[in-house]
Design a protein around this ligand. Structure first.
Ligand SMILES: Nc1ncnc2c1ncn2[C@@H]1O[C@H](COP(=O)(O)OP(=O)(O)O)[C@@H](O)[C@H]1O
Ligand SMILES: [Mg+2]
Length: 442
C-alpha cells in the first residue's frame, strides 16, 4: 500500500449553482477537503488566489455553461491544478453546438446537424432542406417539455419559429424516428456504464420528458447504446459522464443527442464517482468501486424516493462459488478504467471564436430576454398551486433537481406563495425575486 502523500482536494462550487458533490461523497478520505466558491462577476483573480492559498492540487466539480470560458482562463492560470473533470472534458457541457462539434471530431454517431451564425444562410438552408427537422436553442438553460427544443415539419413552420425565437446560432438537426418514443440516459464512471434507463414520452408528446407524464424504465437498454456512450466517454477522457441516446425505430442504430459531465444523479451514484476519484488520486490506496453491468435493472426495481436516499451501495466482486449471486457476475464487456489525461488539442475548433461570458453576443442576450417573464400579462403567469415541473424549469437558471424539490414542497402543501421559498436554503435568494415575477399573486 502506497503511503505517498495524498493530493489536496478542493470542491469547486459556484454561487447559485446546485452542488453535485459534497464532503460526504468522499467517505474515508483522511485529509481535509477544501471548498472554493466562485462568486461570478470579476471574481476570477480572487478565485485563483484562494486556490493557491489553500494549496489545492485537485479541483473537483462541474462548471456550468455560463462560466465555461471564464474557467478556461482560470485553469490556464493554475497549470499545476488538476481539474476533475478537465476543462477539455467539459467542452460539451457548454452548448448543444459544442456537443455536435465534439461528436463530429470523434466520429460519434449523432443526428446530422447544421449550425448557422449567418442568419441569411440559415433561412436559405431551411428553404431547401428535408423535413421534419429539430431546432434547438444551443446555449443557455436546457429545454424542458419542448420549451427550447422544437420539431418543425416544413419551411413555413421553421421560419415562423426563428422569426419569433431568434435563436443564434441556428441549430438545426435531423429528427430521429425514436424507437418506442423514448431515449436512453446512460451514466458512466471511468468509461463503464453504471446506470442506464429509457425515458418515454407522455401521451401526445413527441419529446421525452419524464416531468410531463413521461415514464422511465431500467429494462432492456440495448448494448449498442452502452457502446456508443462508452466511446463518447473515452473520447472526452471523462472520469464521469452521461449521454442521452436515441435509437432509430427502423434501423436500431444509436445516436447521441446530448452528452456532458453535468447531469442529475442519485446520491449513491455520486458516492461511486467520488470513490472512483479517490482511487484515481491515491494510486489505488482506495478501492475502485465495483458496479456490475446491468445492476441498474435490479436497483431500478426500488421506488425513486427510496433510491434518492440510499447511500454507499457496495458491490463485492462476484465469487463463482456463491449460489444465488449469479446476476452479480459481470458479464459485460466494459471495464472501469482510468480516464486519459486531457490535452488542449482534444477540444474541437469552434465555428466562431467564443465570446467571453461577460459579453455575450447581442442576439443571444436578446434571445434570453425574449424568454424572461418580466412583461407577462397576469393571465399568462403561472399559478403556484398548479405550476408544472416543466414550467418551473423554464425559469432562468433553474436546475432540474432544484425544480423537483420546489415541486415537492408545493405538492406537499408546504408553501402556498412562491416567496415562502426564502425559508429554504437550497433556493438561491438572489433568484427568488426574478422567479417570482413569473407567478400570479395568489
Ligand atoms: N434529433 C432528434 N430527433 C428526435 N428527437 C429529439 C432529437 N433531439 C432531441 N429530441 C427529443 O427532445 C428531447 C430534448 O432534447 P435534448 O437535445 O435532450 O435537449 P434538452 O436536454 O435541453 O431538453 C430529447 O430527450 C428527445 O426526446
Ligand atoms: Mg436532454
Amino acid at each position: 500500500m502506497s503511503q505517498k502523500k495524498l493530493p489536496k482536494i478542493g470542491l469547486l462550487y459556484l454561487d447559485y449553482v446546485l452542488r453535485f458533490f459534497d464532503h460526504s461523497n468522499f467517505k474515508g478520505w483522511p485529509d481535509k477537503i477544501e471548498t472554493v466558491t466562485y462568486h461570478w462577476k470579476n471574481d476570477k483573480d480572487r478565485f485563483i488566489r484562494e486556490v493557491k492559498r489553500k494549496k489545492i492540487d485537485v479541483l473537483v466539480g462541474n462548471i456550468p455553461a455560463t462560466a465555461y470560458e471564464t474557467f478556461k482562463e482560470i485553469a490556464a492560470a493554475l497549470p499545476h491544478v488538476r481539474f476533475i473533470p478537465s476543462i477539455e472534458t467539459q467542452f460539451p457541457n457548454k452548448s448543444k453546438e459544442n456537443v455536435t462539434l465534439f461528436c463530429e471530431k470523434y466520429d460519434l454517431a449523432h443526428p446530422k446537424t447544421e449550425i448557422f451564425y449567418d442568419i441569411e444562410k440559415g433561412y436559405e438552408y431551411l428553404k431547401h432542406c428535408t423535413y421534419p427537422k429539430i431546432v434547438k436553442r444551443s446555449y443557455g438553460p436546457s429545454n424542458y417539455g419542448g420549451y427550447y427544443v422544437h420539431k418543425v415539419d416544413d419551411y413555413k413552420e421553421a421560419k415562423a419559429l426563428f422569426d419569433r425565437r431568434k435563436y443564434v446560432p441556428m441549430y438545426i438537426q435531423d429528427a430521429i424516428d425514436l424507437k418506442d418514443s423514448g431515449d436512453i440516459r446512460v451514466m458512466l464512471i471511468g468509461h463503464k456504464p453504471v446506470c442506464a434507463f429509457w425515458r418515454y414520452s407522455g401521451d401526445g408528446e413527441w419529446i421525452t420528458n419524464t416531468s410531463q407524464g413521461g415514464s422511465m424504465s431500467y429494462d432492456n437498454v440495448p448494448m449498442n447504446a452502452l457502446e456508443l456512450a462508452v466511446k463518447a466517454s473515452k473520447a472526452a477522457k471523462a472520469e464521469y459522464w452521461a449521454c442521452d441516446i436515441a435509437i432509430d425505430a427502423k434501423t436500431g442504430k444509436a445516436y447521441i443527442l446530448e452528452c456532458a459531465t453535468a447531469f442529475a444523479a442519485f446520491p449513491y451514484i455520486r458516492d461511486w464517482i467520488c470513490q472512483y476519484i479517490m482511487w484515481d488520486l491515491s494510486d489505488g490506496r482506495f478501492r475502485m468501486p465495483h458496479v456490475p453491468l446491468f445492476s441498474w435493472e435490479e436497483l431500478g426495481k426500488m421506488s425513486p424516493s427510496m433510491l434518492r436516499t440510499m447511500r454507499h451501495i457496495y458491490f463485492a466482486k462476484y465469487t463463482p462459488s456463491a449460489d444465488g449471486a449469479y446476476w452479480l457476475a459481470d458479464k459485460g464487456p466494459f471495464e472501469m478504467e482510468e480516464a486519459g489525461e486531457s490535452r488542449p488539442e482534444d477540444v474541437p475548433d469552434p465555428i466562431e471564436p467564443p465570446a467571453s461570458e461577460e459579453e455575450l453576443p447581442e442576439e443571444v442576450k436578446e434571445a434570453f430576454d425574449a424568454d424572461t417573464h418580466d412583461e407577462l400579462p397576469s393571465d399568462e403567469k403561472y399559478t403556484l398551486a398548479d405550476v408544472t415541473l416543466t414550467q418551473l424549469l423554464t425559469l432562468q437558471s433553474m436546475e432540474e433537481e432544484m425544480a423537483e424539490k420546489i415541486k415537492s414542497l408545493i405538492d406537499e402543501g408546504k408553501i402556498s406563495r412562491f416567496e415562502e421559498l426564502e425559508a429554504y436554503d437550497f433556493v438561491p435568494k438572489e433568484h427568488l425575486a426574478m422567479w417570482s415575477k413569473a407567478f400570479r399573486e395568489a
